[in-house]
Structures are given as structure tokens and as C-alpha cells.
Design a protein around this ligand. Structure first.
Ligand code: SF4
Length: 458
């Protein structure tokens, strides 16, 4: 359920910013999670070594993707798992529809999978008469609200408990004005139990796929992936091809990094291994490219494929925390999403790499050491060169370049700017100036530094 909008990040952030209380609360909640992450990370003396190891393992995977994929496929097939390959989102969706059609299944339960968000699976299946119920609590809440997730780990972090109470009252029959999380969780549990018991097909994402054994691991805190997969006749796993790790022994590195970075927990509550189907059941895995090979071929951006989707870069990002996940209008929001999205469509997502202060906090927390802020900076250069920057920004930058490269022009522009601020401030301090919208313009100094220097040092 990706956000459909014509607005760019700045406009959507402006919408989110209208509710100041919500912005403060969103900011504080995510910062609280970031602090939890810091506390638990500091309990591990070898944290930096773990990060470096994970980064190197992923580096190896990216450099040998073809052979690890073949190894994974051969082992999965030998385990009795059906393997499908999808070049893009459309193929991914068609494969899943066909699998359900073959079994005459019209209802499916799904655990959290950002890849299916990226592919727009729920909408596609709905158009073809197949109902999908998301079983992760946060995902179910945003599904009821007919919204996309706003965070990859905490999909409804933008919603307050009172709003969730209203949704549950409307759709699940809870009493009105109930905002007690315990009561709401119990209502969701009863509702989902019925779903788990009656669905014949379950779809899960994949956190890690082990080339050595052909198995895959799904991490959840609610056990919903297990409930769905174990009770259904057919388990479909959607996996981006970058989720591979070479050997089972490498899991220890990633499982220790993942949840500490995500929510500050020592380990995910359920890390379930799926290797072979039980008698009479089927497991299908869909290996999805959808632009990943292209990103692999971009030397400056290939490291983004190391991402293990922990969300730490979002929790720490000052822009994300104050603009909300929906302002990124893409399935994966925040700093990493702003690197991945332009790979899929440069024109549509040209605004996203600019939605960053480039403070580097994202790179500092990333458990697999992705150079996130450097990549955002590099995307800006690519997008400007390709002509995807907004016209106003392009002209502004050209004027700035001309001014900064000519001492005479720079001097004259400085004088003109100081005079304008002093004598006709309304020419600058008006609502047409996007800079002024959120800031006070400075008092113009009486003279420039250059004039002061010439006067005092001649
Ligand atoms: S880029 Fe790094 S910090 Fe951000 S979600 Fe991916 S692994 Fe986590």
C-alpha cells in the first residue's frame, strides 16, 4: 500500500508539521527508541567488531550474488521448497496470484513484509478478488486505517492509542473511547486468531536466507509469521535477492545486530527457521530483483543493498522524526529509503535525497556500516546532473555558482543583499521565499567581513 501523492517531501512534511503536538510526540518516541538502542549497544564490548563483520559478510554476498543465489536455489529445491524468480514487482505479484489461483484460495494471511509494500501486493490481489489480512499488529492497524506503514519496523508509530481505539471500535467492535493498549491488543488477538485458523495460505517476508542450507529466517516479535505459516497449507515467502547470507554461522552476527538496532531489545522474540515443508504442505519462495541488480551495478550505491531493515537510521534521523514516514511517499521511508527509491524511479523520488541534513547520524548507527549520508549526497549530484532537480533549485544553484566564482559579483551581491534586508525587507521576508517560511531572516550587518578587514588591517 504505497502512498499515492503528487506532493513532494517538503509539502508532505509541511502537512505533518501542522499538528505540532503530534510532531513533538513522534520525535520524542523515536528518540526514546534510539536511546534504548544506545543503552543496549553499549553493553556489548565487541559492537564495532560485529558491525564490521556484518558489513564484510554482506560485502562478500554483494560481490558473489550470482553464485550464492544459485547455491541457495539448489539447496532450497533439494529441501522440497518451490523457488520462483521475479524480475520486478509485477512478476512478483503475478506469481503469487497464480499460486493462489491454482489452489482456489481467495483469502490469505500475511505477516510483515516491506517487499510486498514495495510491490503493491495487497492492492494488486484486492483488484483480483483476493483478500489479504496483515497479521502484524501495527500493519493491521494501518491496514484498517487504509494507510501505508510509516516506518519499516514500527508501521503505525505515527498513530496515537486513542486513534487506534477509534479504529478498533469501528472495525473490530470494541467499546467506544477505549485506549487501553491491553484491551486493544486482546481485541486484535481474538480477531487475528480467527484469521489464522481459517486461512489456507500465508505469506511472510524473509529476514535472512542461508545459501549453505537453503533455509530462511523470519524475525517477528509477535509470532504472527509462525502462526500464519504453520496453520496454512501453503507458505509463500517473498524475498529481495539481497537478503542472502553465505552460511548459517553468520546468522549469529546479524541476529545480534538486528533487534538491538531496531528496538533496543537483545534479540527478536521469534527468529523462526523455515527449511522444508511438512508432509502435505508447500513452501514457495519468490526471489525478487525489482531494481536490485541495477543498484548493484551502481558503484556509489551498491552498499545500500547491505541493509537489514532495522530502522535505526529512521529513529535517529532529525528529518524523519519531525516529518513523519508518510512524507517520503515510498514504501521504505527515511534515510535508507531515500537511497533506494531513486534507483527505482529517479524522477518520482528526486526530492528524497534532499530530505536530509547530511548530519551523518544515520551512518553512525547503521549496524552494517552503510555510508548512508555519503550516498544521499552522491544521489543529489546524480539527480542534478540528470536534470531531475526542481527548476527553482537548479536556477538558484547556477546563480550561486556564478556569484561564488566571481569576486566582483560576490561583493556586489553581498552589498545588494545587505541593502535589501535593511531598506526593503519585505522583498525577502515574504511568504514566496521558502527559506523565510520557517525562519527569521538575520539582521543585515553594517559592513561585510571583507570591508571590515580592509578598514582595520590596511
Ligand atoms: S540502512 Fe542501516 S540503519 Fe538503516 S534500516 Fe538499513 S541496516 Fe538499519
Amino acid at each position: 500500500m504505497s502512498a499515492v501523492t503528487n506532493k513532494d517531501h517538503a509539502e508532505l512534511a509541511e502537512d505533518f508539521n501542522r499538528d505540532e503536538n503530534r510532531v513533538d510526540w513522534h520525535d520524542e518516541t523515536l528518540w526514546w527508541i534510539r536511546q534504548k538502542r544506545d543503552r543496549i549497544v553499549h553493553q556489548i564490548p565487541d559492537w564495532e567488531l560485529l558491525r564490521e563483520t556484518a558489513s564484510q559478510i554482506k560485502h562478500n554476498v554483494l560481490s558473489n550474488m550470482h553464485s550464492y543465489l544459485q547455491q541457495f536455489e539448489a539447496n532450497a529445491l533439494a529441501n522440497g521448497v518451490h523457488v520462483h524468480w521475479a524480475l520486478n514487482a509485477q512478476e512478483h505479484n503475478q506469481i503469487i496470484r497464480q499460486l493462489l489461483k491454482d489452489k482456489q484460495i481467495t483469502h490469505m494471511v500475511k505477516s510483515k513484509s516491506m517487499l510486498t509494500e514495495e510491490c503493491g501486493l495487497n492492492e494488486y490481489l484486492a483488484e483480483h478478488g483476493i483478500e489479504v489480512i496483515d497479521s502484524d499488529l501495527g500493519e493491521r492497524i494501518v491496514q484498517l486505517a487504509k494507510e501505508p506503514p510509516s516506518h519499516i519496523v514500527l508501521p503505525c508509530i505515527h498513530k496515537k492509542k486513542e486513534e487506534i481505539g477509534d479504529l478498533f471500535h469501528m472495525y473490530l467492535g470494541t467499546p467506544s473511547n477505549v485506549a487501553d493498549p491491553q484491551i486493544l491488543t486482546e481485541a486484535a488477538r481474538q480477531h487475528l486468531r480467527e484469521i489464522f485458523l481459517t486461512r489456507r495460505a500465508a505469506l511472510t517476508g524473509v529476514n535472512f536466507a542461508v545459501a549453505e542450507t537453503g533455509e530462511f529466517v523470519v524475525c517477528t516479535n509477535e509470532g504472527n509469521a509462525d502462526m500464519g505459516a504453520h496453520l496454512a497449507d501453503i507458505h509463500i515467502a517473498s524475498m529481495g535477492i539481497e537478503k542472502l547470507i553465505p552460511e548459517r554461522k553468520h546468522l549469529g552476527v546479524f541476529l545480534r545486530l538486528l533487534t538491538r538496532s531496531a528496538t533496543g531489545q537483545p534479540i527478536t522474540t521469534y527468529s523462526s527457521h523455515f527449511r522444508k515443508p511438512r508432509d502435505g504442505k508447500e513452501i514457495h519462495i519468490v526471489l525478487v530483483d525489482n531494481g536490485r541488480s541495477e543498484q548493484l551495478g551502481r558503484p556509489d550505491f551498491r552498499n545500500s543493498l547491505k541493509c537489514i531493515r532495522c530502522g535505526a537510521c529512521m529513529n535517529t534521523c532529525p528529518v524523519y522524526r519531525r516529518s513523519g514516514g508518510h512524507s517520503y511517499h515510498t514504501a521504505v521511508a527515511g534515510p535508507i529509503g531515500s537511497i533506494l527509491a531513486p534507483n527505482l524511479d529517479m524522477e518520482k523520488y528526486a526530492d528524497l535525497p534532499f530530505a536530509s541534513t547530511l548530519c551523518g547520524s544515520c551512518s553512525n548507527v547503521c549496524p552494517v556500516k552503510i555510508d548512508i549520508h555519503d550516498q544521499l549526497y552522491k544521489w543529489r549530484q546524480v539527480l542534478v546532473k540528470k536534470g531531475y532537480a526542481p527548476t527553482a533549485k537548479k536556477i538558484g544553484m547556477q546563480l550561486m555558482a556564478a556569484t561564488l566564482s566571481s569576486p566582483a559579483l560576490y561583493h556586489t551581491a553581498g552589498k545588494a543583499g545587505r541593502a535589501a534586508l535593511r531598506y526593503i525587507p519585505f522583498a525577502i521576508n515574504n511568504k514566496l521565499n521558502p527559506w523565510y517560511k520557517h525562519r527569521d531572516m538575520p539582521q543585515a550587518p553594517k559592513q561585510s567581513f571583507r570591508d571590515w578587514y580592509l578598514k582595520n588591517n590596511s
